[in-house]
Design a protein around this ligand. Structure first.
Ligand code: ATP
Ligand code: MG
Length: 416
């Protein structure tokens, strides 16, 4: 038997309704903040991610699904959403739209990861981007919205960690200090970190190797090196969050796994599960890096697979339930069968969930099936019922039976 590739999953009907619920609720919140949906290609030119995400990141160095297509072009399955969204923003001249442009997406991403709990090779993200504003107010709006989304799903023990990683100005001095610190032990770091030392020492702080993590203890923190502007920006963000009673913790260790981040970065971490559910930050240099005008922006991506894993564990609410048939209509004989088909169609047009037999089942088997499907009501129609224009409807929970005329309106009255 052929099996699915490692790190992928089948989202089966017994579970997919939970995904639909999460997506619907998240979408409602996103749209209440004025975000509009964008869909971009699953694959892009490899260069987009090398330049956008950064060629010294784990994502680009280790995790991309890259291949040559039949025309010898280097193609990569998107490992994240922002680079593609920004490319689309530039390519479609969206800078001429009223600023800022707010967009959301729900898309699968592809990373060649070490597969483990909460870490897959195909996973889905719900993301949001605000492009075209440098104001700290955008940071606040985005973080508050992310907080609202997380809270919507009643996930316990999620903590908001924030940090500022400054801008190229403050980073210059910081990187010198960092290099001095790391340089003392550079021989003991992993091979990848060694290659990052000259080009991008901050990346070393994001290394997942145990040894490197230990060596990083006590490293200088960027918050001590922020320039005046970055410092004021961060203070404004913190003050606004406090005013809105959004709890946060400053985590000077957040550097984020993608190179394009500047200033505010944040992560919503599930303490119980030990992983990040939603993460994001400012990326003031990315639009320019990808060939557009200098345009400040900020965004986040939520790991939908991780959110659902936690959601499943803690939420068994009625609101999120697999849909049960409103009515199962069984028929005896050909005349009734035809009448049932017509009636079922009319009822379905009225948005009822109707089941009838499409397996040539016996009456007994039909009733058993209706029961298995947890149908809320049951109706049996024979020629007599068709001629009389009336039939009995049985409430499958209470066992109560009532007589109804075979008219859509009457049937709906009986079911509701
Ligand atoms: P990590 O440090 O955990 O690898 P990251 O910095 O690579 O995270 P981002 O690129 O910021 O993660 O992705 C945003 C969110 O997407 C993460 O917080 C997580 O919830 C989710 N995510 C990232 N990679 C995976 C994956 N391989 N499987 C499932 N979800 C993922
Ligand atoms: Mg990662």
């Amino acid at each position: 038997m052929i099996q699915k590739p490692k790190g992928t999953k089948d989202i089966l009907p017994e579970c997919s309704y939970k995904w639909a619920y999460v997506e619907e609720k998240a979408k409602e919140i996103l749209e209440n903040y004025g975000f509009k949906e964008i869909r971009v290609p699953v694959f892009e030119q490899t260069e987009l991610f090398e330049r956008g995400v950064g060629d010294t990141t784990d994502v680009v160095q280790k995790e991309m699904y890259t291949f040559l297509d039949k025309g010898e072009r280097s193609i990569t399955l998107r490992p994240e959403g922002t680079a593609g969204v920004v490319r689309a923003y530039i390519e479609n001249g969206m800078a001429s739209l009223p600023s800022p442009t707010k967009m959301w997406y729900m898309m699968p991403m592809y990373r060649y990861e070490n597969v483990q709990k909460g870490r897959y090779r195909e996973f889905r993200q719900i993301g949001a981007e605000i492009i075209g504003t440098a104001s700290y107010k955008a940071d606040v709006e985005l973080i508050v919205m992310a907080d609202q989304i997380i809270k919507k799903f009643n996930i316990p023990g999620v903590i908001l960690n924030i940090n500022s990683i400054g801008c190229p100005t403050c980073r210059k001095k910081y990187q010198e200090a960092l290099k001095e610190f790391i340089g003392k032990n550079i021989e003991q770091y992993c091979g990848t970190c060694k290659t990052r030392f000259e080009k991008n020492p901050m990346r070393i702080l994001d290394c997942k190797e145990k040894k490197c993590k230990e060596l990083n203890q006590g490293a200088p923190i960027i918050l001590d090196y922020l320039c005046e502007e970055c410092s004021a920006h961060f203070e404004n963000v913190k003050r606004a969050l406090e005013k809105l009673k959004i709890d946060y913790v400053i985590d000077s260790g957040i550097v984020r796994g993608l190179d394009y981040y500047t200033k505010t970065v944040f992560e919503f971490v599930s303490e119980t599960e030990g992983y990040t559910v939603l993460a994001g930050g400012r990326y003031d240099g990315l639009v320019e890096e990808l060939g557009g005008q200098k345009t400040e922006a900020i965004g986040f991506a939520m790991g939908e697979d991780r959110l659902i894993d936690i959601f499943e564990k803690y939420n068994q609410t009625q609101e999120v339930a697999i849909r049960k048939p409103d009515l199962y209509i069984a028929s005896i004989g050909e005349v009734a069968e035809e009448a049932v088909s017509t009636l079922a169609l009319e009822l379905r047009k009225n948005e009822l969930y109707i089941e009838t037999d499409i397996c040539e089942r016996s009456m007994k088997a039909s009733l058993k099936y209706a029961d298995k499907m947890n149908a809320k009501f049951l109706m049996v129609m024979g020629e007599d019922e068709v001629n009389a224009g009336k039939a009995k409807i049985k409430n499958m929970t209470t066992g109560e039976e009532t007589q109804t005329e075979l008219e859509v309106r009457k049937i709906i009255e009986n079911i509701k």
